[in-house]
Design a protein around this ligand. Structure first.
Ligand code: PRX
Length: 665
C-alpha cells in the first residue's frame, strides 16, 4: 500500500477527498498572497466605482483619467474617462525602464522541442521593429489588423506591435477555417493580415498558408499580407505580390524606435469574434484602459501573479483566455509567461508536466476539458515529474465537476495549491466570479462569489433575485472596467443580445440596465454561484463556444440536405459534443458518403472543432404544435437521458425512430 507524506494510506485519502466538499486555502499560500484581506469585498462595495482605481493603478498612464466611470449613456459605459495610455508601453517599455530588461517575458516551446526565450528587452526590440514594418506597409491608427497565427511568439509580438501604433488587432483562431477567416476580415473591413506558412500538430507539419490563401480569396477587398516562416525547409511556401516575409520586414527595421501612440482609455485595443445565437459571429470590442486595467487586476488578485513568477496559461491566444491571461494580464504585470505550440499528448501524455518541471512553473491555468483528459489518461503521467514548483491552479471555460476538481487538486497541486474556478466570457474581458485564492474557502464545482466590485446576481425569469438554494439566470447588475463596449459597428445587436432581456431599455438611469450573459446559475447560502451552462443556442465544446446556427447553416449548405438541427450532447472529455440531426431532400440516400460531406462542410465553414460527433439522419425533427423544434428533447436523446413526456409533440412518433438511430445506424 502506498503511503502519503503524513502516513495516511492512499485509499483512505481517496475516500476523504471524495467526501470533502470544501477546502481551505493552504496557510503557506495565504501568507504570500497578493490579496489576503477579506475586507476587500466591503472596501470595494463602499467605494464603488472609485474602487476600480486600484485596477487602474496597476498601469502607467500618459495622461491621468478624470472620472472613473461615466454612466450617463447606458449601456455605453465609459471607464477612466479621458485617461491616455498605450498597452504595449504598459506591457514592455515600463518594465525595461524599471530594471526588468533581462527578465524573461515569454518562454516559448515548439512542439518538436525547440525553445525560444524573449526577455522584456528582446520583446520590446522585436515589437518596435515589427511596429515600424506595419507602419511602412500603411497600417494607421484604428486600422484593424487580422492575425491568423498559431501559438508562436510572433502572435503576441504582432498583437503588441499593433497596440503600439494604435491599430486594433482581430485574432482569428488558427484552427478556424478559411471561410471563418474571410467572414471575420470582411466584417471588420480588415485590410491587413499576418499569418504563417504552417505549424506542428502531433509531429505533422500543417500547411496554414494554404488555408489563409483560400480565406483571402473570399475577402471582398485588397489585403496586404505578412507571412511568418515557422516551418523553414519543412514546408516551402511562395509569397504572392502583396505578401511580405515577416523576418525580412523585421530585419529591415532592426533597431527602429517606434513611439507608442497615446490612446484614449476608451479607444479600441482589439476586436474578438465570438459565436452567438445567429449565424453571424459577433465582433466584441475591448478598449485600451478598462480592459487592460481589468486583465492586470484579475491576474494580480485571482492568479496571484508576481513579477518573479513563471506563469503558464495553457490556452490558445486565438481565444479570449489567451488574450487576457497569456498576453495582456501577465505582461502588464511584468511576469514570465509560458507559451507552448502543440498538444498535451505529444510525444507523450506527460508533455505539459514536463514543461511545468523544466520551467519551474508557479501558476498553471487550464480548462476542465483538459483536466478530464488528464484524468482519463491516469495519474502516472504527472507522477513522472516534480510539480512542486506549482503554487496555484486555475480552470476556466466550462463547469468543472467535483471529481475532476479533486483530481486536479490532488494529482497536479499535491493538495498544496488553491484552485480558482473562474467564470467569465469573451464579453467580460476578464474573470468575474471566482474565489480569491488567499481568502475564500473553495467548494469544488462552484465557481465562488462574485469578485469584489462585481455585482453578479442570480434572478428568475422576471428579473427578481432568487433565494439561496434556487437556480435561475445569471445577470451582472453594474458595469465593470473590462466589459465589452459594443459589438463592432452594431450597437443595436449589442443591446438586443446582452441588455434587452432584463433592462428597461428606454431608461437613461444606469441602474435600469442589467447585463445578461446567457448562463444559468445556482446560488448557495454562502453566496457562492454554481454555473449551470448556457441558456441560449450556444454549445460549449472543450471550453470553446460554438453557435448551433452557424453549424446548422453549414450543414444545410451541403448539397442534398433539406433541414438540420444541431444540439450539444454530454461528452466525457469535451463536456459537450456536437450532435447533428439532418433531414435529406427527397431522393437522397443517407449514405456514409453523405455523412462525410456534411462533416467536411462543417469543417470548411468553421473548423475541425465544430466537427459533429454524430450525424443522425432522420425523416423528421420533433416539433411542438406551433412548429418549433424541440431542442431540449434532441439534447436528451444525444445525451442518453430519460425522455420526458413527448405526447404533446406535433409528431410524437418520430421520437422512437430517432432514439433508434442515435449511435446505431
Ligand atoms: O457558459 C459560460 C462558460 O463559457 C462561456 C463563455 O465562453 P467564452 O466567451 O468562449 O469564454 C470562455 C473563456 C472565458 C460562459 O458563458 N464558462 C466560462 N467559464 C466558466 C464557464 N462555465 C462554468 N464555469 C466556468 N468557470
Amino acid at each position: 500500500m502506498t503511503m502519503t507524506e503524513d502516513d495516511e494510506p492512499a485509499v483512505e485519502l481517496e475516500a476523504r477527498l471524495e467526501e470533502q466538499d470544501s477546502f481551505e486555502p493552504p496557510e503557506s499560500f495565504v501568507e504570500q498572497a497578493n490579496v489576503a484581506d477579506e475586507g476587500i469585498y466591503e472596501a470595494f462595495a463602499e467605494n464603488w466605482p472609485d474602487c476600480w482605481e486600484r485596477a487602474a493603478d496597476l498601469l502607467e498612464w500618459d495622461a491621468p483619467y478624470g472620472e472613473v466611470l461615466d454612466d450617463s449613456n447606458p449601456p455605453f459605459f465609459e471607464w477612466f474617462v479621458d485617461g491616455k495610455l498605450n498597452a504595449s508601453a504598459n506591457c514592455l517599455d515600463r518594465h525595461v525602464e524599471n530594471g526588468a530588461k533581462n527578465r524573461a517575458a515569454i518562454k516559448w516551446e515548439g512542439e518538436p522541442g525547440e525553445t525560444r526565450t524573449y526577455t522584456y528587452g528582446d520583446l520590446l526590440t522585436e515589437v518596435e521593429s515589427f511596429a515600424a514594418a506595419l507602419g511602412e506597409l500603411g497600417v494607421e491608427e484604428d486600422d484593424v489588423v487580422t492575425l491568423y497565427l498559431p501559438m508562436i511568439p510572433e502572435l503576441p509580438i504582432a498583437m503588441l506591435a499593433c497596440a503600439r501604433i494604435g491599430a486594433p488587432h482581430s485574432v482569428v483562431f488558427a484552427g478556424f477555417s478559411a471561410d471563418a477567416l474571410a467572414t471575420r476580415m470582411n466584417s471588420a473591413d480588415s485590410e491587413y493580415l499576418v499569418t504563417c506558412d504552417g505549424y506542428y500538430r502531433r509531429g505533422e507539419a500543417l500547411n496554414h498558408k494554404e488555408k489563409a490563401d483560400k480565406g483571402l480569396r473570399g475577402v471582398d477587398h485588397e489585403v496586404e499580407t505578412v507571412v511568418v516562416d515557422r516551418l523553414g525547409d519543412e514546408l516551402n511556401h511562395f509569397l504572392g505580390a502583396s505578401a511580405h516575409d515577416y523576418d525580412e520586414l523585421v530585419d529591415e527595421h532592426a533597431g527602429a524606435s517606434v513611439e507608442p501612440v497615446s490612446r484614449d482609455a476608451e479607444d479600441m485595443l482589439f476586436l474578438m469574434y465570438t459565436s452567438g445565437t445567429t449565424g453571424q459571429p459577433k465582433g466584441v470590442k475591448h478598449t485600451t484602459g478598462g480592459y487592460l486595467a481589468y486583465a492586470a487586476w484579475t491576474s494580480h488578485a485571482v492568479l496571484d501573479v508576481k513579477p518573479e513568477d513563471t506563469y503558464w496559461c495553457a490556452a490558445d491566444i486565438g481565444w479570449i483566455t489567451g488574450h487576457s491571461y497569456i498576453v495582456y494580464g501577465p505582461l502588464a504585470l511584468g511576469t514570465t509567461t509560458v507559451m507552448y505550440e502543440g498538444t498535451p499528448d505529444y510525444p507523450e501524455r506527460d508533455r505539459l508536466w514536463e514543461l511545468v518541471e523544466t520551467n519551474d512553473v508557479d501558476i498553471f491555468y487550464t480548462a476542465p476539458t483538459a483536466i478530464r483528459a488528464f484524468m482519463k489518461w491516469g495519474e502516472e503521467y504527472p507522477q513522472r515529474h516534480d510539480l512542486s514548483s506549482l503554487r496555484l491552479l486555475g480552470t476556466v471555460g466550462e463547469p468543472i465537476n467535483p471529481r475532476a476538481w479533486k483530481w486536479y487538486y490532488k494529482h497536479i497541486g499535491g493538495e498544496e495549491c488553491p484552485i480558482v474556478d473562474t467564470w467569465w466570457q469573451t464579453e467580460t474581458g476578464g474573470m468575474m466570479i471566482t474565489t480569491l485564492p488567499g481568502i475564500n474557502t473553495m467548494k469544488p464545482g462552484s465557481a465562488g462569489p462574485p469578485l469584489p466590485g462585481i455585482d453578479a446576481t442570480v434572478v428568475d425569469v422576471e428579473g427578481e433575485e432568487i433565494v439561496a438554494g434556487e437556480a435561475g439566470y445569471l445577470t451582472v447588475q453594474r458595469p465593470w472596467p473590462g466589459m465589452l463596449r459594443t459589438l463592432y459597428r452594431n450597437d443595436e445587436r449589442f443591446i438586443s443580445e446582452y441588455w434587452a432581456e432584463y433592462s428597461d431599455t428606454n431608461s437613461d438611469d444606469p441602474d435600469d440596465w442589467v447585463y445578461f450573459p446567457e448562463d444559468g446559475a445556482k446560488l448557495d447560502g454562502d453566496g457562492y454561484i454554481t454555473i449551470l451552462g448556457r441558456v441560449d443556442d450556444v454549445i460549449n465544446v472543450s471550453g470553446h463556444r460554438l453557435g448551433t446556427m452557424e453549424i446548422e447553416s453549414a450543414i444545410v449548405g451541403t448539397e442534398g440536405v433539406a433541414e438540420a438541427a444541431v444540439v450539444g450532447g454530454d461528452h466525457e472529455v469535451k463536456g459537450e459534443a456536437v450532435y447533428a440531426y439532418a433531414i435529406l431532400e427527397d431522393g437522397q440516400e443517407p449514405t456514409d458518403g453523405m455523412r462525410e460531406r456534411i462533416v467536411a462542410g462543417v469543417e470548411d465553414a468553421i473548423g475541425p472543432i465544430a466537427r459533429p460527433e454524430e450525424v443522425i439522419f432522420t425523416p423528421e425533427l420533433p416539433k411542438t404544435r406551433s412548429g418549433k423544434i424541440m431542442r431540449r428533447l434532441l439534447e436528451d436523446i444525444a445525451s442518453g437521458n430519460e425522455l420526458g413526456d413527448t405526447s404533446t409533440l406535433r409528431n410524437p412518433d418520430v421520437v422512437d425512430d430517432i432514439v433508434d438511430r442515435v449511435g446505431g445506424d
